[in-house]
Design a protein around this ligand. Structure first.
Ligand SMILES: [Fe+2]
Length: 246
């Protein structure tokens, strides 16, 4: 079981975002084995070929998976959705392109920690009366590693200040090693900075109402001339899920 000990729902409703320390997220002992395998799975991501083509460098690695959530039973079912698309006005770099990332592995789809975390996150969302009536939600998850080394600066968000084009998005920090930078920032719709946080503890997180606020992450450079990386789990929440094959 995962318990999030923070009043995210009301803060998210008021401010449009809420960031919290991983210390506020407690994980019961039976899940710890799943946590360990989930963290290790970041060594098995695949290069993001879209970023590689655009930046002429391969430093973003990822896998993508998706679930439908039936809120009557709070049950997650894997969807057939394999293609990730954002509109051009949402993503100035990759918008309008149907991106097909390496799929989440079966082990990730079945990972109990991931599923429990998604359900705990969903329970923190400030749902209006209309949203509460929607019984099926689409939930996408991105496992992303940004690497860096002594001779390059790398960009977690090449699109700069942006929103993702979803309803709600939760950013969970997984780990970092030998990096400087990687500060997450939250902005209002006029790109005025509202908050910033440099994640460094497992499950340090920001919940964002993607319709109201924007976000970015500052570039990474390596610390002490060693190769480094920053691992994140990004979870997208969208009302309605039709489980269509695409
Ligand atoms: Fe984003």
């Amino acid at each position: 079981m995962i318990k999030i000990d923070s009043d995210i729902r009301s803060e998210l409703a008021i401010k449009g975002y809420e960031c919290l320390s991983g210390a506020n997220i407690s994980i019961s002992a039976p899940l710890l084995k799943s946590v360990a395998s989930f963290i290790v799975s970041y060594d098995n991501l695949q290069v993001d070929s879209y970023l590689e083509k655009h930046e002429k460098a391969a430093y973003r690695f990822r896998r993508y998976g998706a679930f439908c959530l039936d809120t009557r039973e709070m049950k997650l079912t894997e969807t057939n959705k394999k293609i990730f698309t954002q509109s051009k006005n949402i993503n100035t770099v990759y918008g309008g392109i149907d991106r097909k990332f390496a799929p989440a592995t079966d082990a990730s789809i079945k990972n109990v920690f991931l599923k429990q975390l998604i359900l705990a996150d969903f329970n923190c969302l400030p749902l209006t009366k209309e949203l509460k009536e929607i019984k099926n939600w689409f939930i996408g998850f991105h496992k992303i590693r940004i690497t860096t080394n002594s001779h390059s600066l790398t960009h977690p968000t090449p699109e700069g200040i942006h929103c993702d084009g979803h309803y709600f998005v939760v950013q969970h920090f997984i780990s970092r090693e030998n990096i400087i930078g990687g500060t997450s920032k939250i902005y209002d719709r006029k790109k005025k900075t509202l908050d910033q946080i440099t994640f460094d503890q497992f499950l340090d997180s920001c919940f964002v109402d993607d319709k109201r606020v924007m976000h970015s992450v500052s570039p990474l450079k390596s610390d002490k001339n060693k190769d480094g990386f920053r691992d994140m789990l990004i979870i997208d929440f969208e009302p309605r899920c039709n489980n269509e094959l695409n």
